[in-house]
Design a protein around this ligand. Structure first.
Ligand SMILES: C[S@@+](CC[C@H](N)C(=O)[O-])C[C@H]1O[C@@H](n2cnc3c(N)ncnc32)[C@H](O)[C@@H]1O
Length: 281
């Protein structure tokens, strides 16, 4: 088990050392993107939390720091970003200096690192499904990193929603497509990315990754409830209020068809979901 754990972590780290996810050509490009567009607004549950007095944020698997530096720039709260890739952390730090914001970054593995004190808000987007123990990682965030009365926002690949995308590129590969041909297919699907380094970082992350797992809201709700947390919102229903969790579970099954339809229409649908959970005081 320990060897397996080491080998997944090591291969994922080696993969991201070559090119971190969400990397851009320059520090200035990263900073310009953060200033010009408040990307935090894609997660409408965050601003009310970030505007609370005394808010402090921990981001696990921050990569080059668009979220951590974006929060520090647009909301002014102190943010700590953790990632085990020193290449990504160096870039995140340089962007923080360029923006003159109060975010700080540390190099560390989420399974070994511990905060000095738990945080009222812990965020982790697209990270935990690249470990060999996604459930253990979620448990660690909820139990060890989040303060009583605090929140976690976690984003993971979604089992029904991700499958059509993975099958599409697996079929291309089986039919003998080269990496360049798959890159061109990806470029067409995700045509909004203009920076070539950024595009390549997405293509590698989405299509060539050495390790990923997929999950469901149903699985995550059972897990967070076991950690003393309650589901408050999810991207499965576009962060709207919900009457019954069973209704959300029915809705998430529909993501397989939705993903297949989007792909058939030539639209990018990576199959990713996010949930916000609150911890009892
Ligand atoms: C897909 S990227 C997401 C980066 C960032 N959250 C974003 O949205 O741009 C996954 C990140 O998780 C980091 N990571 C993976 N496993 C980790 C671990 N065990 N400890 C710390 N960071 C880890 C990788 O280095 C990488 O930066």
């Amino acid at each position: 088990m320990e060897n397996e754990q080491q080998s997944v972590g090591q291969s994922v780290l080696a993969f991201y050392r070559v090119l971190p996810f969400n990397y851009r050509q320059s520090v200035a490009e990263h900073a310009r993107e953060i200033k010009e567009r408040n990307a935090i607004l894609s997660y409408p549950v965050l601003p009310p939390l970030l505007e609370k007095p005394e808010m402090r944020v921990l981001e696990i698997g921050c990569g080059p720091g668009w979220m951590s530096n974006g929060i520090a720039h647009h909301y002014g709260c102190p943010v700590t970003g953790l990632d085990f890739n020193p290449v990504a952390v160096e870039r995140a730090q340089a962007v923080a200096v360029e923006l003159a914001v109060k975010s700080e970054f540390q190099v560390g593995d989420l399974f070994q690192w511990s905060p000095e004190a738990p945080y009222p808000l812990v965020i982790s987007l697209g990270v935990l499904h690249h470990t060999d123990d996604c459930q253990g990682a979620v448990r660690r965030l909820c139990t060890d990193f989040t303060a009583p009365g605090g929140h976690v926002l976690i984003g993971l690949y979604h089992e029904p929603g991700r499958r059509p995308f993975l099958d599409h590129f697996a079929d291309m590969k089986a039919a003998g497509a080269s990496e360049d041909e798959m890159l061109e297919r990806f470029r067409k699907l995700d045509s909004h990315i203009k920076d070539e380094t950024h595009l390549m970082s997405w293509f590698r992350d989405q299509v060539l990754h050495p390790h990923e797992t997929q999950h469901t809201l149903r699985e995550m709700v059972a897990l967070i409830e076991d950690c003393g947390m309650t589901l408050e919102a999810t991207s499965i229903n576009r962060f709207q209020p919900f009457d019954s969790i069973e209704g959300l579970y029915a809705q998430e099954q529909g993501y397989a068809d939705l993903a297949a339809e989007r792909l058939a229409a030539g639209q990018y649908f990576p199959g990713f979901f996010v949930f916000l959970a609150g911890k009892a005081r």
